[in-house]
Design a binder for this molecule. Sequence first.
Ligand code: G3I
Length: 397
Amino acid sequence: MMLRRWMAAGLVAVATAGVLNAVPAAAERPYDPTAQSLRALGQRHGLYVGTAVDMAALADPAEPRYREIVRDEFSTVTAENVMKWESLEPTRGTYDWSAADELVATARRNGQKVRGHVLVWHSQLPKWLTDGVADGSIDNTELRSILRKHITTVASRYRGRIWQWDVVNEAVSDPWDTPSTLHYKGFWAEHLGPGYVADAFRWARAADPTALLFYNDYNIEAFGSGDPANDKTQFVYDMVKGLLARGVPIDGVGSQGHLGTQYGNYDTLQVADALHRFAGLGLSTAFTEVDVRSRLTDGVQAGDSEEINPRLQASAANFHVLLQACLAEPRCLSFTVWGFTDRHSWVPGTFDDPPQGLATIYDENYQPKRAYQVMKADLIYAGPPYVRMRATPKPRR
Ligand code: G3I
């Protein structure tokens, strides 16, 4: 008996030694979460991890890494520019769908969802539209019907293929605007009044009964400017609450998440509180455009690690705060970064005086930064009871 047990143990030892020396088949390898992609790790929580896509980079033969990372790391994509009105209808009455169609087709091939961005925004409007309004050849009655037609045309074309639509983007002012009292800002409010917001959601719903319809804005990551009358998050909260009370078909609030390491920003509890309060209205939420930029001081530009390291760490810490807060709220459906590499980021082109950059999770050579590792860790070391599977909301009628 003893001998048989000893022999059996010996056989196991020999077999184990063999296994240790050989490369195990993939199925036998222990699961290593750190080797998983962001999209795979997000899936554990039902969370979609996304990126904005620069279609020029995606099509560039010299940029294979760009395409690979889009495909491998993300489960939802957003057009950084090509679904905006100036791209879709550069000439009145003539739509150019090519780049937007390409994004949707790529997403389908990659098994990704699409966030539609954007149906109504005061920026990147076609020149024929803004010129026509400026010279009086388009009056406000016609403008309203042009807006309705645009929303209907675009939302109908992609009906069934868009997961979340940013129906209205950045409709609300910031405390640093003039006048400083929060108000509905921009081209559409000036010409049509704030009622265009409700109209836009109703028109979008009529054209696409299947998409989740979002209001999307920046500087709404947390409540608490101290003065509720000047708190943009509170203004947006009151706005969407009012829309719901009037039966407007809004499904969610997108919090863009454009942050900078030079500012005070927030902690996880503040951000989670904001997401919980929107969820309390019955709305989904999403982080839709996350990046965390830094000042490119002379030292940073000269490669001084004492100046670079704290910025990379602060950037990563802010990605962590937003992602951890999102994980804590089951109605936070997706976490999208606004470009994933410093090689193709809107930040340096927009903030050049003083220069800013380092805003994304990969460097210019497609090396993952601290922020990428932090996102991974957040997705790995999270679970019940405080991090639960995402809700699967149905579009509101
Ligand atoms: O297409 C032209 C190109 O023909 C020309 O050669 C080039 C020269 O500058 O400009 C190109 O257009 C640029 C366009 O991006 C496409 O690259 C515009 O100048 C540039 O202003 C535009 O910037 C975009 C910006 O929205 C416009 O406001 C950024 O890429 C885009 O990341 C940014 O995205 C917005 C979201 O939609 C809404 N939330 C804020 C976010 C960041 O601003």
